[in-house]
Design a protein around this ligand. Structure first.
Ligand SMILES: *Cc1c(COP(=O)(O)O)cnc(C)c1O
Length: 348
């Protein structure tokens, strides 16, 4: 069967242009700093994000973890949104690798209120850990690909500067946020000291993420990347695809957003499927199916039988993600199939 794969934008395959660029890439040993293609990717990324330096990493998880390690010391506390990727999907890495503990804040559509952040910052009391980092996620994955409003980002950053605390942005999908806001990524990145973004999601590169920040931050981060086994050798073969991801792919993300909206509008017309349409801003749709008489797993398997792959989104939610491999016609086909499964008899 030819599946319509709406599990994640990580399933995107490299374009022909990326494959050609990888085949022909000029490479060297990047641990010696001698891979010209990696250097080009890093320079391009730093420039686009308005930062001094950049570092190519194996994955978004590695990038986030290295940033936490670089900004903190063991025994510190870091502030995170309660459903953030770092706390939910990174295998407890901040505890194991950085030895820090998490102070979690519940956000609204993924955005933490700066006054909640302020209240969570520790003081000099002898009993308390030091608050050494604030992490924001943009777009916010589990909140449904929501974009953090710019005034909240700015207020968070100003607050952090008042307390001399760095801000890290998990910008795995920052290009989706920039597309939604119709601004360049550097305008978002200015409200963070470090940003991690993924090349391997909506931008279609096969492997890799990038961390951007100051020169001294990136220099320190390079040692942690080496420690974690992320010092790669002729990684220009991967970076070559990454350069195309950065230069050519962001301009088409609005197609994914339009497809997500079309899909969400169709899905919320199916009785029993609930979507907060205000969260449908980019390429992720989170649906609450508590009113259908089935678990998220049963729901996913019913769709699978009809040739549609999706993932659970935690609890009674399921998640659909649009991407380069999904055309408008796939959305129409998927909606027809889903409608045919869920007639009124399933509703409680
Ligand atoms: C996917 C993702 C990551 C991690 O990226 P991997 O390359 O899968 O390790 C980090 N943060 C967010 C918000 C993500 O969606």
């Amino acid at each position: 069967m030819n599946y319509i794969d709406l599990r994640s934008d990580t399933v995107t395959l490299p374009t022909q242009e990326m494959r050609d660029a990888m085949y022909n890439a000029e490479v060297g040993d990047d641990v010696y700093g001698e891979d010209p293609t990696v250097n080009h990717l890093e320079e391009t990324a730093a420039e686009m994000f308005g930062k001094e330096a950049a570092m190519f990493v194996t994955s978004g998880t590695q990038g986030n973890q290295i940033c936490v390690m670089t900004h903190t010391n063991p025994g510190d506390e870091i502030i995170l949104e309660e459903k953030s990727h770092i706390i939910t999907y990174e295998v407890g890495g901040i505890g194991r690798l950085s030895g820090v503990q998490a102070k979690l804040i519940r956000g609204t559509k993924g955005a933490m209120d700066p006054s909640d952040i302020k209240a969570a910052i520790r003081n000099d009391d002898i009993h308390q850990p030091k608050t050494s980092l604030i992490c924001v996620e943009n777009t916010h994955n589990r909140a449904g690909g929501t974009v953090i409003p710019m005034d909240i980002l700015q207020n968070t950053y100003e607050l952090a500067k008042n307390y001399d605390i760095p801000v890290h942005m998990d910008g795995a999908r920052i290009f989706n946020a920039a597309t939604y806001l119709n601004i360049p990524v550097n305008q978002i990145a200015r409200y963070a000291d470090s940003v991690m973004f993924c090349l391997s999601k909506g931008l279609c590169a096969p492997v890799g993420s990038v961390v951007v920040g100051t020169k001294s931050f990136i220099a320190k981060a390079r040692k942690f990347r080496k420690m974690l086994g992320g010092g790669m050798r002729q990684s220009g073969f991967l970076a070559a695809a990454g350069i195309i991801a950065l230069e050519k792919m962001p301009s088409r993300l609005n197609e994914d957003h339009e497809n997500a909206r079309l899909l969400a509008e169709g899905l919320c017309n199916i009785p029993g499927i609930k979507i907060d349409m205000e969260t449908v801003q980019t390429n992720i749709i989170v649906c609450d199916i508590a009113n259908l008489n089935m678990s998220a797993d049963e729901f996913s398997s019913k769709l699978y039988e009809k040739g549609i792959k999706i993932n659970g989104g935690g609890g009674t939610t399921v998640r659909f993600v649009t991407h380069y491999g999904i055309a408008r016609s796939d959305i129409e086909t998927a909606l027809e199939s889903i409608k045919s499964i869920f007639d009124k008899k399933h509703i409680s």
